[in-house]
Design a protein around this ligand. Structure first.
Ligand code: IMP
Length: 190
């Protein structure tokens, strides 16, 4: 039976699918609108979100919440990234940072898994990088054109094919941690 990924974002589903295939896990996309609370930590947002989704679905499922944490802004937009992306967008972030020399930022991801009657489990992942001076690239989504991961060749996530981003990204790291736990747990439960 396929594991349900609750998300309205087809980019996220595509990224997760590539990782799932490598783990021999079949995942299915379901868009169940759950209420996202406002909280400073992604872990708290996803814990309540996945509990709701699981109750609505009445079955096992996982979801993911992510954000861009800019050091010069003390972590802003962080858990408010979705709102900031929809309002300011990449151009707005670049304008806010125009005189800023500290370009360091981190993408963070929290994956929540829940099944009826169980407490939700949360897995996290992160990737450090820098905010560019201008947007570059057309691949990926969201803040990808303005984020260059540290330790790579200077390309933004939006200049990397999906498979390459998926080896480095915050989401890939959190989902990997979840899938590793999920596979092991199934073996233990048998
Ligand atoms: P959410 O997890 O859907 O709430 O995402 C928060 C915001 O961060 C959205 O505006 C996304 O577009 C953006 N975001 C999340 N993950 C990524 C990513 O992998 N690359 C670029 N932007 C992302």
């Amino acid at each position: 039976m396929a594991l349900i990924f609750v998300t309205g974002n087809h980019h996220k589903f595509k990224e997760a699918s590539e990782i799932a295939i490598q783990h021999g896990i079949e995942i299915e996309h379901r868009n169940i609108p759950y209420v996202e609370i406002q909280a400073d930590k992604l872990e708290d947002v996803i814990r309540l979100g996945i509990q709701q989704a699981c109750a609505l679905l009445n079955g096992p499922c996982f979801a993911e919440d992510s954000g861009l944490f800019i050091q010069a802004f003390k972590g802003f937009p962080g858990p408010y990234s979705n709102f900031v992306f929809r309002t300011l967008g990449n151009d707005g972030i670049l304008k806010l940072m125009v005189d800023e020399t500290n370009r360091r930022a981190e993408f963070k991801s929290a994956v929540g898994y829940c099944e009826p009657g169980l407490k939700p489990k949360v897995f996290t992942g992160g990737v450090e990088g820098n905010i560019t001076l201008e947007a570059r690239g057309t691949l990926g989504f969201g803040f990808d054109p303005i984020f260059v991961p540290t330790g790579e060749d200077g390309r933004t996530f939006a200049e990397m094919p999906a498979g390459e981003k998926n080896k480095l990204s915050h989401r890939a790291r959190a989902i990997e941690a979840f899938f590793r736990w999920f596979k092991q747990r199934k073996t233990v439960d048998r």
